[in-house]
Design a protein around this ligand. Structure first.
Ligand SMILES: *Cc1c(COP(=O)(O)O)cnc(C)c1O
Length: 370
């Protein structure tokens, strides 16, 4: 699905030198590259604070801990997402309130959020799924009206731009109370292991998140709150610093792939190509088709035989997972999510795909579904 080797070849000199420098200096934890990457990323995002941590799941957990959410508080998020988004809500004893998504953009449904709000609701967690922003302007208006926090899950949309109705733009993750992202290797800005970060414009919250991520420590060996241990390794910061310079190029390369697929599949009665959101650009973490009248399992097998990987993100909605079993939801409650889980198929998309490979992929898909 991704070609991390080809991408590495292009930044090899910088990455290799940076990694060797870290080994030579033995500054494996909190070395200078962590601060440097943090500063570069703050500038790129145009946000006051980036707080690096160990992975995207931790980022979400630390954000919710720093906001002081308490057991019983309700947090609204989409049923059509990666498990991490809702997992941390449950893990902290908060109540995950799952809702349906938009059939075209796959992003959290605004009317569904509004319907799910109760006096116990404390936060909304929109997921910028597959690489484009949820409708943040409407989400922020709802949050303001009901006095809710907004924690953006930016793991799949690092670098995406949201455009407000007045024309102003902001990077995904810098609009809500806190943005949380992941640098898992296959994400758009991926390191060579695990990594993650929180972003915020709120000085007080930034301080709290730093403290929570560092054993709840304010001054060395003084622990004001219960925290966790969650850090970005210096070696990973070196990789991220090198790759951040290319992030916009990476998005452009991914868009070229998406445009090629769009054109090849345009108007096909059995394939629905991804719909672009009106107020966000797309950084195409995934290129996800909706299949119509196609045996998905068989198609995947046939593609695999021809050397083409295709993935199902996500086969089972969260409200139908045993881990999230609750009286609140049952099968049939979120028809859009359930339909997507049964019909989506993601094709390879990354920065190193050439036209020849794309032609082979699209020709093969079209031949197999004829
Ligand atoms: C990858 C991902 C996460 C979690 O990131 P990790 O770094 O793997 O912990 C959270 N939410 C979404 C939507 C993701 O895609």
């Amino acid at each position: 699905m991704v070609d991390l080797k080809g991408q590495y070849e292009k930044i090899k000199a910088e990455v290799d030198k940076g990694i060797q420098d870290v080994i030579n200096s033995t500054a494996f934890i909190n070395g200078p590259a962590v601060k440097e990457f943090q500063a570069d990323f703050e500038k790129y995002l145009n946000v006051k604070h980036v707080i690096p941590c160990a992975n995207g799941t931790d980022a979400l957990q630390i954000a919710m801990m720093a906001l002081g959410l308490k057991p019983g508080d309700e947090v609204i998020t989409a049923s059509f997402t990666y498990v991490a988004t809702a997992e941390v809500i449950g893990l902290l004893g908060l109540t995950p309130v799952l809702v349906d998504v938009n059939a075209d953009t796959f992003d959290i449904d605004i009317a569904a959020i509004e319907k799910a709000i109760t006096p116990k609701t404390k936060a909304i967690v929109p997921v910028h799924l597959f690489g484009q922003c949820a409708d943040m302007e409407k989400i922020m208006a709802l949050a303001k009206k009901h006095n809710l926090y907004v924690i953006e899950d930016v793991a799949q949309a690092i670098g995406a731009d949201y455009t407000f109705t007045d024309g102003k733009k902001a990077k995904a993750g810098t609009i809500g109370t806190i943005g949380c992202t992941s640098f898992f290797p296959s994400k758009n800005l991926g390191c060579y292991g695990d990594g993650g970060a929180m972003y915020t414009n709120d000085d007080e919250l930034a301080k709290k998140m730093r403290m929570v991520a560092h054993h709840g420590q304010s001054v060395q060996y003084v622990h004001d709150v219960l925290g966790v241990n969650s850090r970005l390794d210096t070696l990973q910061a070196v990789v991220l610093k090198a790759k951040l310079k290319h992030l916009d190029e990476y998005a452009t390369a991914r868009n070229k792939v998406a445009d090629y697929y769009d054109k090849a599949f345009a108007g096909h009665s059995k394939l629905k190509t991804p719909v672009r959101a009106k107020n966000s650009n797309h950084v195409f973490h995934q290129y996800t088709l909706q299949l119509n009248g196609i045996d998905r399992t068989k198609l995947r097998e046939q593609l695999a035989e021809k050397g083409i990987p295709a993935m199902i993100y996500y086969p089972i909605p969260l409200h139908m997972q045993n881990a999230f079993k609750s009286d609140r939801f049952k099968q049939g409650d979120f028809p859009v999510t359930e339909k997507l889980c049964a019909t989506v198929l993601s094709l390879p998309i990354h920065t190193e795909l050439d036209t020849e490979t794309l032609k082979y992929i699209t020709d093969t898909v079209l031949e197999l579904i004829k």
